[in-house]
Design a protein around this ligand. Structure first.
Ligand code: UDX
Ligand code: UDX
Length: 460
């Protein structure tokens, strides 16, 4: 099928590349000309395991193209994905101005022929109808211009030549390609049977697991709902996962005080099939471009409709406090932090990504600088990428041993797999005081203590 994906960020680019890989002809549109040139040269502007190879193979078959011209994309696609950013405003509400700009632009370029317009970006509940209204505005705008130029006014019927579908994404950064080919479910929200049928056709190869790790696994469930329910599925999923993490972090904080080990507790509760063992890793909490934004947006939506979502507010508050827990632990161990040197192992909000958006490390850096500590950092990707946003005042080292050199303590911030087997004995010998605050309970306490470290975990 002919597909257009508008917005080539962490979600849009992965969606476009994967849809082209399963056989569709995809044109990706982005208004950032620099990004478009990079992608035309076969370069991915984001780090996502497996993405570059798929991108290049699809470009070689002619199934994947890039442009900054929205009109070209709208003309090409029978299905148009809106995958532009919906960042959080300072108030916590979703900033939907990019979605609005793109929806209007689509309306202005529609020229007959039925289209399915898909909200892939996470948009506030009730936005489906709002997107429809904006596309109609765009059509009216275009008509005004055309009629002004002497063209005959189009019949009303052509206005309804589109339907809006909500198709939320559940991609985890660092495994977005895998998650696209191996989804737990596909959610489609629309009241148009025609649109739902086209979306089911689009996803057939994925539903049938033709590109999955386990091609014999049962078909992927397709959940068809109304527009608002599909939008709510996205927010409720992320809010539940965030709440599950804040729950285990709350348990960890109690474990710290009663001398229990939260990693053993997590194993003990996770074996209950009603709880499940995933997302029970206690530590400095969640960051990234989705959980913080989506939980805040859901909280604001509740408030807009006169409901005080106390549990969501508590989920956010526990997480906010958790980020500074490692600074408190540093103060307990080192006492005065002024003049001390602290080394951060990892900067990104999770491993296997280059995304620094709302990374817990940024709040820790701010707090440590305020307390007069000198901050050094090493991150497998950020150290090489030259990313400097939010890292003013931080000495970014290019390897863990240079990081350890002269430090009074190390803090494991991101559970990169390579941090499991560093030469901790050597690192301890390079430090003023070999202290390790394991912010993700990721390291082997015994191994660290044998290497000469004083090991401090979270809730263990
Ligand atoms: C986005 C949304 O932010 C998130 O809510 C949703 O869950 C998934 O899609 P992400 O892909 O990370 O997440 O967005 P981002 O990385 O900000 O990329 C957005 C892309 O859209 C950028 O490349 C930007 O250049 C492009 N864009 C933005 C347009 O092409 N047109 C615009 O008008 C605005
Ligand atoms: C999340 C959702 O998982 C995904 O379905 C949605 O589409 C986008 O948001 P992402 O934010 O990319 O994906 O990463 P995820 O693996 O969910 O981790 C989010 C944060 O939670 C990270 O900061 C991670 O360190 C933290 N986390 C995760 C924990 O602190 N403990 C855990 O047990 C799991």
């Amino acid at each position: 099928m002919h597909v257009c994906v508008i917005g080539t960020g962490y979600v849009g680019l992965v969606t476009g590349v994967c849809l082209s890989h399963i056989g569709h002809h995809v044109i990706c549109v982005d208004n950032n000309e620099e990004k478009v040139q990079l992608m035309k040269a076969g370069q991915s502007p984001i780090y996502e395991p497996g993405l570059s190879d798929l991108m290049q193979s699809s470009m070689a078959t002619g199934n994947l193209e890039f442009t900054s011209d929205l009109g070209v994309g709208v003309d090409h696609g029978d299905i148009l994905f809106i995958a532009v950013g919906t960042p959080a405003l300072p108030t916590g509400e979703s900033d939907t101005r990019y979605v609005e700009a793109v929806a209007r632009g689509i309306g202005e370029h529609l020229n007959g022929g039925y289209k399915v317009i898909v909200n892939k970006s996470t948009v506030p509940i009730g936005s489906g109808d709002w997107v429809r209204m904006i596309v109609l505005d765009g059509i009216a705008e275009q008509q005004k211009v055309l009629v002004g130029a002497g063209a005959p006014a189009r019949s009303k019927s052509s206005d309804a030549a589109f339907d809006v579908v909500s198709n939320p994404e559940f991609l985890r950064e660092g495994s977005a390609v895998f998650d696209t080919f191996n989804p737990d479910r596909i959610v489609l929200g629309s009241d148009s049977e025609k649109a739902i049928a086209m979306m089911k056709e689009l996803y057939t190869p994925i539903v049938e697991r033709n590109f999955a790790e386990d091609t014999d696994a049962p078909q992927v469930p397709v959940v068809v709902t109304d527009l608002s329910s599909a939008e709510m599925v996205k927010y409720a999923s992320n809010a539940f996962l965030a709440t599950k993490i804040s729950f285990i972090n709350e348990v960890a904080n109690i474990c710290d005080r009663v001398g229990a080990d939260v990693t053993q507790v997590a194993r003990g509760i996770g074996l209950d099939s009603r709880i499940g063992s995933k997302f029970l890793q206690a530590g400095i909490g969640w960051g990234g471009s989705c959980f913080p934004k989506d939980v805040s947006a859901l909280l604001h939506t509740a408030e807009d409709y006169g409901y005080e979502a106390e549990l969501l507010r508590a989920t956010i508050n526990v997480n906010t406090r958790q980020r500074l827990l490692t600074v408190e632990k540093l103060q307990q161990v080192l006492k005065i932090l002024k003049g001390k040197t602290v080394g951060l192992l990892g900067l990104t909000f999770k491993p296997d990504t280059d995304d620094m958006r709302d990374a817990p490390s940024l709040i820790m850096i701010e707090s440590l600088n305020r307390l007069g500590a000198k901050v050094k950092a090493y991150d497998p990707i950020v150290s090489q990428s030259g990313v400097s946003q939010g890292l003013s005042g931080v000495i970014v080292e290019t390897d863990p041993e240079r990081l350890a050199d002269g430090c009074d303590a190390l803090v494991l911030v991101t559970d990169w797999s390579k941090f499991r087997n560093l030469d901790y004995k050597k690192m301890a010998s390079l430090m003023n005081t070999p202290v390790m605050i394991d912010g993700r309970n990721f390291l082997d306490q015994k191994q660290l203590e044998e290497a000469g470290f004083r090991y401090v975990g979270v809730g263990r």
